[in-house]
Design a protein around this ligand. Structure first.
Ligand code: HEM
Length: 423
């Protein structure tokens, strides 16, 4: 496939890059010396194991600080500062990528890596597909899939009481639902997990492998677009919507279609799988909460919000300062990178009572799991609904379960659960 070139519209705002190049290594290490609380703060892989301890320290004593990880960035931990930055795209650009490290894609990802004003037209294209009403229409299919997968878990448990609920339940649920609405053929679904693992999780340890997987995904989507052009038909899916939409009076270029498709793929599958897996991880260790939700299924909606707050699938997203600014008295210069640490904001004691406690009945829950400004998650209605429906069917089908092995709370890796018999 030919190398993809950034469409002109995507490059309208590049002042960050020139300024960024001016930030020398010496300046970066001088910055890191100013901070003592969490100079090696990171938010990928093993860094996530004890990240909630980092957040406590940051929120208590250094709500803005410099980390030398991932090329160097300022972290912003307090909920109000994150909300302020989210509302101020004139100061905070999403370029060169909201992802840090970036996925190494050929072009900025649409719409997440695009600043206003270009961002709005792209986002508008898919808004109708993600309204509460549009997502409501998908509910019967979601219930059917969740029940089928919960039955699969029970079938596996009849042979061996220890089952991997991530592979059998948390991961396939969003893959199936999203692929259906995106228009990806069912026979292709089994290969999607590997792409997600390599693109998202290997990018900090093995960027080459991550790029290779990203190229495979681009090629896969390019073939799908080509097939659709050769075999046009009546489709009501996301691919059809994008292929028949116009931005500024023109059709989307192939680069734009691929970029949007790529972003939806990485944004829609892993996040929701993580949310389902981490909720089950918590419930496996809290039998009284399991039972409470079985006895009061109406509480699952509230509990799901609390799991999203405390075990957020997206712990942090990057920005770049477009001009000199200040957060909590800390000067940040134009061109410097900053990270909005949603996971820390979600545990800010100024906003949440007993912030580190998981209270499945917490009512006032203004969390940042879906972000908060013009880039607020486009798929939040879908992600939320999938999580709630997944938990409903899992809890009503699978009897008492506990962790069979100590596994990390984060990510989409194995979740070995021991299903107790005789319920
Ligand atoms: C529980 C599941 C999910 C979580 C926690 C989540 C979280 C997020 C977060 C934190 C952002 C960045 C927001 C910001 O910086 O303000 C985001 C953006 C986005 N998400 Fe999600 N997401 C989830 C599910 C989904 C799903 C299912 C889809 C679509 C299939 C999706 C599509 C997107 C898109 C398109 C954006 C970019 C929006 C823009 O730039 O305007 N997400 N998501």
């Amino acid at each position: 496939m030919p190398a993809l070139q950034p469409p002109i519209a995507l490059c309208s705002r590049t002042s960050w890059s020139a300024a960024s190049a001016e930030t020398t290594r010496e300046e970066q290490s001088a910055m890191s010396e100013q901070q003592t609380a969490a100079p090696d703060f990171g938010f990928h892989g093993e860094a996530l194991d004890n990240i909630f301890d980092d957040y406590e320290t940051m929120l208590e004593s250094a709500p803005v600080g410099y980390s030398s990880n991932y090329g160097g960035f300022w972290y912003i931990a307090k909920s109000e500062d994150i909300f302020d930055a989210e509302q101020d795209p004139d100061t905070w650009s999403v370029g060169p990528s909201m992802l840090l490290p970036s996925f190494g894609t050929h072009t900025p990802l649409i719409p997440i890596d695009i600043d206003p004003p270009a961002h709005k037209a792209y986002r508008k294209l898919l808004l109708p597909k993600f309204t509460p009403m549009a997502v409501g229409k998908l509910e019967p299919g979601m219930h059917e899939t969740a029940q089928q997968l919960a039955d699969d878990v029970m079938e596996a448990a009849s042979a061996d009481p220890v089952v991997n609920a991530s592979a059998l339940f948390a991961r396939p649920m969003p893959t199936i639902i999203f692929s259906r609405i995106a228009g990806y053929p069912e026979e292709d679904w089994p290969q999607f997990d590997r792409w997600i693992d390599e693109i998202i999780y290997d990018r900090t340890t093995d960027p080459e492998r991550a790029h290779a997987a990203g190229d495979e995904l681009y090629e896969y989507m390019a073939r799908l677009i080509d097939d659709r052009r050769k075999n046009p038909g009546e489709y009501d899916d996301i691919m059809n919507q994008l292929m028949n939409s116009k931005v500024d009076g023109r059709e989307l270029s192939d680069d734009e279609l691929l970029s949007y498709g790529y972003l939806l793929f990485v944004a829609g599958l892993d996040t929701t799988a993580w949310a389902i897996r981490s909720s089950l991880w918590y419930l496996a260790q809290n039998p009284e909460s399991q039972q409470k939700l079985r006895d009061n299924p109406d509480l699952i909606v509230t509990a799901a919000e609390e799991f999203l707050r405390t075990l957020s699938p997206v712990q942090a997203m990057a920005r770049t300062a477009l001009k000199d600014t200040e957060v909590q008295g800390q000067p940040i210069k134009a061109g410097e990178r900053a990270v909005l640490v949603f996971g820390a904001g979600n545990r800010d004691p100024q906003i949440f009572d007993k912030p580190n406690e998981i209270d499945i009945e917490r009512e006032d829950n203004r969390h940042l799991a879906f972000g908060g400004g013009v880039h607020r998650c486009l798929g939040s209605n879908l992600g939320r609904k999938e999580l709630v429906i997944a938990l409903e069917h899992f809890l009503s089908t699978v009897p008492d379960f506990e962790l069979a092995e100590d596994v990390p709370w984060h990510g989409v890796g194995p979740l070995p659960l021991r299903i107790k018999k005789g319920q």
